[in-house]
Write a protein that binds this ligand. Sequence first.
Ligand SMILES: [Zn+2]
Ligand SMILES: [Zn+2]
Length: 398
Amino acid sequence: MRQVPPQAVPAQAVQVVSNTWAREKHNLFDFESCQLHRQTFTVQNSMMCVRKDTNVDMLSERTSLPLESDPLFQIEQKDGAFWVDNAALPRSSSETPWLVVRDMPTGGHRLSENDVIKLGRLKFRVRQLVASVHGGTQPDLRLPDSGSSCCPNSSQDELRSTMCRICLQEGPCEDDPLISPCACKGSVEYIHLGCLRHWIHDRLGLSDASDGSFFYRPLPCELCTAIYPTYVMVEVSRTEPPYIILENKNFSHGFYVVSLAEKVAKLGRSKESHVCINDISISRCHAMIRFDDGQFILEDNNSKFGTAVAMKKPWLLESGTMSVQVGRTVLSLFVQPDPFAASCQPMPPRTGSNEQEERALRLSLLDHGSSRAALAEVVSGAGAFEEPAHEAAARVVP
Ligand SMILES: [Zn+2]
Ligand SMILES: [Zn+2]
């Protein structure tokens, strides 16, 4: 996460525009929907933001939670600055607040290890970020082991006449031991470590020509279905830095190992994606990760259900705009340097369409801050996705 150390921006108020999707579906928010319920607020003190049906409300922190309403988050005023937090909300009913990547001040989010990112309804944890070859770091692909033992049960003498079930050669080689990696017994019990790794290499769809991007998952023995232990699985590929490892937190356990060497990684449902995710809540080209100036930057590609990063700690509102998604509500927050409204009064009704209204509001707010460049970056960042398809390397998912 960013913001270390926090740089407090003296602020008098926070302008909040909430949009709530009328449908309740997997905690998703549809960024393309016309059925959004829009409200605006000006917040000058610490407030609790709650939702009942499609209606969002700002309550004083001393107010008890109304029946059947969901707490979304708090806006805390501390030392003249405003923070977004959810620490004091009732845990049982609160959803995680997510930072909306497309509305980040720079148009993207600088990833850190252990960030949890959300594409549509699917979640991924950033397991490892490797920027350079320094130290020869290789992918950390350790998995909770199945507990199967790989120690040979036979004596060294017996092993010399034991056959590898893949290459059919007898006995261990100098740097290639015979191991018993699964629950198989008898004539298929033993296998050369090298032979097994070669087989795993093929099963993961790793070609020698690739830069080491692949989807890594625990592989079972095809005969006894025991999962091969971690030490067998590692070192199956040499991945070219910079690379990122994303842990799949959803339907199947495994890791996306994605090299960003000389390319921007595309994440999406399209077969051309480097990280190909086949789920209906994922857009064809949903998001991308680029390596820029030593940083791994996550960007959204105007995806239908959005790209977001879990808010793990209180988030300081700086100049400009940021948005928080809680379930089917997205709240955009703009720091106001000047007071212009009473605390938490709904804005007077405006004329014109919702889009015009929000645009006018944003533009008026931009004049106060330095967000114009940031917004322009969001727009140009989205255009950067229009790259020729031939730049895409082999997709990660076999
Ligand atoms: Zn062998
Ligand atoms: Zn087996």
